[in-house]
Write a protein that binds this ligand. Structure first.
Ligand SMILES: Cc1cc2nc3c(=O)[nH]c(=O)nc-3n(C[C@H](O)[C@H](O)[C@H](O)COP(=O)(O)OP(=O)(O)OC[C@H]3O[C@@H](n4cnc5c(N)ncnc54)[C@H](O)[C@@H]3O)c2cc1C
Length: 458
């Protein structure tokens, strides 16, 4: 077999497959290599499976609350974990299979299954095969970090991947890590019926958000019955028969938490250590992120890095946007850059947190004259009607340029509402455009213009 290609893509995450298909459609001979499951993290162990679980957890929660809405649920609400898992596996599996057959059915595109490793700047080995190409795109993503906590080697623990294999309900799930992954899983399993404790080293959850956001997120989780332990230094793990123990040196609370299952949600490690980067001369930092410029080119001409492994994003939409940037630059003769995108992401607890642009803290230190609008969800009609009035929204505006600087929408629909703000930011339109827009009643979005009419200096 002729192993000479125009393009090699390593990894089938959220940018590689789309780039492979675009390149193949442009008439290039493409090889794409996947060592595990097609679709990578998002499809198999990230966004898709967790958001199906979020949906099941929401259904359970609303079933418990049914009487509040005048709906009778005869008998106790019971969660069938096997059916929850089967639903998740079906949705995730369809996406994975669809991607695999799309790639395998694409003309000019050859799919290799195995671990890829650079042999030189233009050569990649997969098992016995040595593939060559002048253009190589790295989309290898990451995996859960297993931190070097004392006792970790001898204490059974779960990661975001292995927790998704469970089809039983943990009696008590102890989660180390109060970031996005820890919080989403925490609320999911609490709503399924587990006791849940979240342990975090910092003095607050999701510490890079504004303090009022962290505080309200913690309150939302605690109202669901989740125990939160902050300022947890000196975390030590122990196996205690069938149980797991986590000793924590917190400023408040018992010095040890004992549970039936332990989830380590303490960050991500990039899949770059076993890629042979040194043989290609590709530079990376000491955390394993491949170094790239604003067009996602590495230091080696002809090699690009996309997705989580380049350290410029960390989300599915940033990885997909990486594909769009690279494809535009190489195929569409446009100049697109990662600098043009505005930070945006959601935290999928219920109610969700939608975020874009600066936090209030960042705005305060930006040296600008900043105006802020705020509204509790108790003053949003739609939220009250739905019986989902936890949280608040806030928006930040530059007084002089009138540009919107950022927003946090923590409340029902916040994951969707954030986009109307994001698009005005992309348009670089003054906030007054949105303030004067007629939004639809009754929605959460209809209060954004109102909030923009009530701006106050920070
Ligand atoms: C629990 C969890 C929930 C998440 N939820 C969200 C969410 O709601 N929204 C969101 O935007 N993001 C979410 N993310 C993040 C999101 O999953 C990733 O940012 C996204 O998958 C982009 O990844 P990627 O394209 O960099 O590569 P990945 O999806 O990680 O894929 C990389 C692929 O490369 C393969 N690979 C690695 N090394 C090699 C090699 N040497 N040879 C061959 N193949 C290789 C891997 O097997 C993998 O299939 C979540 C992540 C987790 C863990």
């Amino acid at each position: 077999m002729n192993n000479k290609f125009d393009v090699i893509v390593i990894g089938t995450g959220q940018s590689g497959p789309f780039l492979a298909v675009r390149m193949a459609a442009a008439g290039k001979r493409v090889a794409i290599i996947e060592r595990a499951r097609f679709g990578g993290t998002c499809v198999n162990t990230g966004c898709i499976p967790t958001k199906t679980l979020v949906a099941s957890a929401y259904a359970a929660h609303m079933a418990h609350r049914a009487a509040e809405f005048g709906v009778e649920v005869p008998g106790p609400v019971r969660v069938d974990m096997k059916r929850v898992k089967a639903r998740k596996d079906e949705i995730s599996g369809k996406s994975r299979d669809g991607l695999e057959s799309w790639l395998k059915g694409t003309p000019n595109c050859t799919v290799y299954q195995g671990h890829a490793r650079f042999e030189s700047p233009t050569e990649v080995r997969v098992g016995e095969e040595l593939l060559t190409a002048q253009e190589i795109f790295i989309n290898v993503g990451g995996r859960a970090t297993i931190p070097s906590l004392p006792g970790v080697a001898n204490t059974p623990h779960l990661t975001n991947s292995t927790l998704l294999d469970l089809d039983i309900l943990p009696r008590h799930l102890v989660i180390v890590g109060g970031g996005y992954i820890g919080l989403e899983f925490g609320q999911i399993f609490r709503r399924f019926g587990s006791e849940v404790t979240i342990i975090e080293r910092a003095s607050r959850l999701i510490a890079h958000e504004d303090e009022d956001v962290s505080t309200e997120v913690q309150a939302i989780l605690e109202r669901d019955g989740i125990q939160v332990r902050l300022n947890a230094t000196c975390i030590e793990l122990t196996r205690q028969g069938e149980e797991v123990g986590v000793s924590v040196d917190c400023t408040r609370g018992a010095p040890e938490v004992t549970g039936s299952h332990l989830l380590l949600a303490m960050g991500r490690t990039q899949n770059t250590a076993d890629l042979g980067l040194e043989k290609a001369g590709v530079a990376h930092d000491d955390r394993g992120y491949v170094l790239v410029d604003d067009q996602l080119r590495t230091n080696v001409p002809g090699i690009w890095a996309l997705g989580d492994c380049n350290g410029r994003g960390g989300f599915t939409h940033t990885s997909y946007n990486d594909f769009e940037i690279v494809a535009a630059n190489l195929l569409d003769h446009e100049t697109r850059s990662v600098k043009d995108r505005i930070r945006a992401y959601n935290l999928y607890i219920d109610p969700p947190l939608g975020r874009c642009g600066m936090t209030e803290q960042e705005a305060r230190t930006s040296g600008r004259h900043v105006l802020m609008g705020m509204r509790p969800m108790t003053r949003v009609g739609r939220a009250v009607e739905k019986g989902e009035s936890q949280g608040f929204m806030k928006i930040l505006v530059d007084r002089d340029s009138k540009e919107i600087l950022g927003a946090s929408i923590l409340g029902t629909g916040g994951d969707e509402v954030i986009h109307c703000i994001l698009d005005v930011m992309y348009a670089r339109a003054p906030y007054t455009v949105m303030q004067k827009a007629m939004h639809i009643h009754p929605t959460v979005s209809e209060l954004i213009p109102t909030m923009l009419g009530e701006l106050r200096p920070l």
